[in-house]
Write a protein of this length. Sequence first.
Length: 398
Amino acid sequence: MWNSLALASLLLLAPAEVTIESLDGSRTTGQLISLSGDILTVESSDGPVEIPFQQLLTVQPITPPDPLPAEASSWIELLDGSLLEATAVEIKEGTLEATIRSGARVSIKTRNIRHTRLVELDPEKLADFQQITKAEAEGDVLIIRRPSGALDELEGIVHSLDDTILVFEFDDEKIQVERTKIAGIRYFQAGSRKLPEPRCLVSLAGNVTLFAATLELAEQQLTVTCSAGPKVTIPLDHLVKLDFSAGNLVYLSDLEPETIKWTPYLSTGKVNERLTRLYRPRRDRTLSGKALVLSNQSFPKGLAIHSRTEMTYRLTDEFQVFQSLVGIDPALGENGDVDLVVIGNGKQLFRKKITGKDEAIELKIDVRGVSRLTILVDFGEQLDIGDHLLLCNARLTK
């Protein structure tokens, strides 16, 4: 018969229940069994399902992790953009040892770190700190807090850091600086380096975000190897989200169009610049500045476009499909009447009349081989009244 300790151990090792969203919009729910190579395996109600990483959008636990009680005292940014909040850090022989808020220990070569902040800063001082960390430097930069609260900088070499003292080489002389006087450290990087492309963005309890080059799952412990090098191992129940969108798709609202041309319904010549700004496409918001909503669902990403607008994007060979949920902004009721045309390399790929009376439609267009993608929102049959077309979750998948 199971005793209480054995039962508790069994429950701790039980696979996590997750919801998986794929690039094609399908969802799978089940127990996360493995992350191996480029394959995710989940035990669904229909049996085991294997999904290649390149087909994934997000993976999220059904039960979110509990908040971590430990408070951060240090903030670390890696070269790849990964962010870690730590309760303790020390430096010795070019390696930073950090205890992150989950309690896990992480070893990071300082050459893989952009900067470490060691104190809380108000917004004004935080802006000063960020400005210092972005400036050119020929050595490590020690960021010091003056008694007035102002931040100052000193260029040299960081040798070590413990709970009380930082050893810093300045003008060929090693000096000891009290840790309480240090706002942070910006680490010297010798030349530019090409880092491995991340497979996904990993969000963990304790405000940790990691750009993962590889993922491994063993005994309900998730090991993330960051693109910048270090490995972070945490219990799977600390997982907030695996976001594969960075490696598998690009949102149209994050791309800069090659050209944008808006034409008013009534034009007498040169278009007024003020009107052009007023009717320009909006990124991730409606034309009235509100959240994007279609089919009673809210979307954080997308475009809002007024007729008549033509937008052209330059694409690379890696993109295969353009997808979006498309419809007139429901806030306008039954108003709105446009012709949506999608053109690839000068060839029409899609054309449809869309009105405020219609249900939103799922757009899925093959864009393999397309180097220039044009989206035209043309006038319909009701002048340009209510012509607020939403392209929700508009994305290019690889």
